[in-house]
Design a protein. Structure first.
Length: 393
């Protein structure tokens, strides 16, 4: 097996079981490892530290598979997948839902691999060269452990380019329906596996949808970046007076409308707005429109730390407009899914937005990703979703 040797002092993160080794930490590479193949990792004194996947195109040059001398084969992946699913077993018993994240990449010790289950269909995202290298082995392991053979791939994320990989989508095996009807929180949602964002549905907001709905009873609610209507359906289910769903995607709004009807809600309770969120919110502000609850769940403005400055301006603008549209005593629910933006900075941005909006606001609750999207203590970067529920006094 090929080997990499770290520079003196650069072994500390690996010893703490952090799964990433950056290119600047590597002294020498022994051999000629191909993209995604396994390498032994050794410190500057030639002490063995573990086995990782080599990625010559990425700044994250090695993603650690194991901190022991294990063979990376189907048995290895079956063990990791089995542990990941058992880690979620108590959640599956607690909630009567039919869609779950089964594997959450580095946080489940399978770097670069996302697996979501929608009823009897698995949707796979392969985001790193190591998981790509073992793709067929991983698929075999998934079938053996889950007993499911309906597998669809959504490896269409931009991060694959950084890994030197082409984007790929399509069926891997079994029968894949164009749409799936899932159950969550007593509601039903249509999931478009081929065309929707992420793997089809924002499963990471599962618990937050329940929490936020409690603030929507008998309220006028504005759901911005509404996608296929997750927060909107929950708000309607809690008998919100009026729900306005805003999204730039015509297709997402059409699916949201179908979800609205599917759950037995009337069109009189809902308004649908298609267009750019910033432009439409400014128009609402100029028209002096007001709401009791404003929900902001934007896309990833800062995928990495390099994008933070530009993203910070966008987050401030959208939250400033959100505060402007609130009635006194209204509630702003605001999120960031940007991994490059930490929780402290996000809270400061929202605070600055409130100040510029001449709004005195207090934090009622802090939100994060659902427990089927766990965060390893050795990998704090896995905590990407941040949310605040703020009261405008």
């Amino acid at each position: 097996m090929n080997k990499i040797f770290l520079k003196p002092g650069k072994e500390k993160a690996v010893i703490r079981h952090h799964p990433w080794i950056f290119s600047g930490a590597i002294d020498t590479v022994m051999g000629d490892p191909e993209n995604g193949s396994s390498v032994q990792v050794l410190d500057s004194k030639k002490n063995f530290l573990g086995i990782g996947a080599f990625s010559p195109h990425s700044q994250i040059r090695v993603r650690m598979w194991s901190f022991d001398n294990e063979v990376i084969d189907q048995t290895f992946f079956e063990k990791r997948i089995d542990v990941s699913i058992k880690r979620r077993s108590h959640l599956m018993k607690k909630y009567d839902d039919s869609a779950w994240r089964l594997i959450h990449a580095e946080s489940d010790q399978i770097p670069g691999l996302i697996v979501d289950q929608y009823n009897d269909v698995l949707v796979v995202q392969i985001l790193s060269s190591g998981s790509e290298y073992h793709r067929n082995t991983i698929v075999g392991a998934l079938k053996n452990i889950t007993g499911l053979s309906n597998i669809y791939e959504r490896s269409d994320m931009e991060v694959r380019k950084i890994e030197g990989l082409k984007q790929r989508t399509g069926p891997i095996s079994g029968k894949i329906p164009h749409e799936i009807l899932i159950r969550e929180g007593g509601h039903q949602f249509i999931v478009d596996l081929e065309n929707s964002q992420k793997t089809g549905f924002y499963l990471d907001q599962r618990i937050n949808r329940r929490i936020v709905s409690d603030y929507c009873m008998d309220k006028d609610v504005l759901n911005v970046f509404s996608f296929t209507g997750g927060f909107s359906i929950y708000a309607a289910g809690r008998k919100a007076k009026k729900v306005v769903s805003l999204d730039s995607s015509k297709e997402a709004l059409e699916l949201a409308k179908r979800n609205h009807i599917l759950n037995g809600f009337s069109d009189n309770e809902h308004e649908w707005l298609e267009g750019d969120a910033f432009q439409l919110l400014r128009k609402m502000r100029d028209q002096n429109k007001k709401f009791d609850v404003v929900i902001l769940d934007p896309p990833k403005f800062a995928p990495t730390a390099a994008h933070v400055d530009k993203a910070a301006r966008a987050y401030k603008d959208i939250n400033l407009l959100g505060f402007k549209l609130l009635n006194p005593g209204g509630v702003l629910v605001t999120f960031s899914c940007s991994g490059g933006l930490n929780e402290g900075l996000f809270q400061k941005i929202v605070s600055d937005a409130a100040l510029d909006a001449s709004a005195y606001a207090t934090i009622l609750e802090k939100l994060n990703q659902g427990p089927d999207h766990p965060v390893s203590l050795n990998f704090p970067e896995g905590a990407y979703l941040k949310g605040l529920i703020c009261l405008k006094n």
